[in-house]
Write a protein that binds this ligand. Structure first.
Ligand code: SF4
Length: 275
């Protein structure tokens, strides 16, 4: 049985400034992520070396974040807060600590906008709270594939894609603005037509916008035993623009809004500013 070590810490700051357009602040109640996605490069931006070296096995819980946030929001200019910008704010520990729920409650009551990205249907637990402020909330589910074997390879401990799709449907049915994060796209793994078509169909059914992102190759992935090692050379040669054009054309035909999530320079700058 896989276990994670949980470290509790106190912080002096709850929100960080965001470099993303439309997002002013970032909220990450947990550092480190149980989901342990193969492609995750959040670890290289995490200052705590124990968490970063043991990604998925050590998770830092910002135990006093709600109290700090409650004070912080009084002096900050209102804006949009990205929730789970570095690590998933609805990873399983949230079911125990409830820090994301309580933080969102503080933010919404104070009048902030909240933009949530997750892979975990645990977010459904909080729809009761979120729907009191529906116009101030948008919900994004990351869906990279519908193939269970591919999902198991790249996102070994994240909830299955079908469960995420179902969470997205429920959020959409409850009237929330929803979106799908289709990324990273990894050549020969999840760039096939049936994956694209299924994602577009889900977006169409739920009125969701699609954000597409490529695989960002990082130096730690070059280790011979890294799960994506063999695919990295394919990524280097990949014709991203032509893939993107294909997806955009399909979206256009289906009447689905679709945008590229990050440009290279932008994503690096944004990540640095998040931490
Ligand atoms: S859910 Fe996000 S933060 Fe967590 S391991 Fe996967 S990619 Fe990284």
């Amino acid at each position: 049985m896989v276990r994670a070590r949980v470290l509790e810490t106190n912080v002096y700051k709850a929100l960080s400034r965001s470099g993303l357009p439309d997002i002013d602040y970032a909220l990450n109640p947990y550092i480190g992520c149980w989901h342990s996605c193969t492609y995750c490069y959040a670890r290289i931006y995490v200052r705590n070396s124990v968490v970063s070296r043991n990604w998925g096995s050590v998770i830092l819980v910002k135990k006093n974040i709600v109290e700090v946030l409650s004070r912080e929001v009084k002096r900050l200019k209102l804006g949009a807060v990205g929730v789970g910008t570095i690590t998933d704010a609805y990873q399983p520990l949230e079911a125990i600590y409830g820090l994301t729920r309580r933080s969102i409650d503080v933010l919404l009551k104070e009048g902030f906008q909240v933009s949530i990205q997750t892979k975990n249907p645990l977010i459904l637990r909080d729809l009761d709270l979120l729907e009191k402020h529906r116009d101030h909330v948008d919900i994004g589910l990351t869906i990279t594939t519908f193939n269970p074997r591919v999902a198991e390879f790249i996102e070994p401990r994240a909830p299955p894609p079908k469960a995420r799709a179902s969470a997205l449907r429920k959020a959409s049915e409850r009237g929330f603005k929803t979106w799908i994060f289709y990324g990273p796209v990894i050549p020969s793994l999840n760039d096939d037509d049936s994956t694209i078509d299924e994602i577009i169909e889900l977006a169409k059914d739920t009125g969701s916008k699609i954000f597409i992102d490529r695989l960002h190759v990082k130096s730690f992935m070059y280790m011979p035993n890294h799960p994506l090692n063999e695919l990295i050379s394919l990524t280097r040669k990949y014709e991203w623009r032509s893939f993107l054009t294909k997806v955009m054309n399909k979206c256009l035909k289906a009447g689905v809004k679709c945008v590229e999530a990050f440009t290279k320079t932008y994503s690096q700058r944004a990540l640095e500013e998040f931490i």
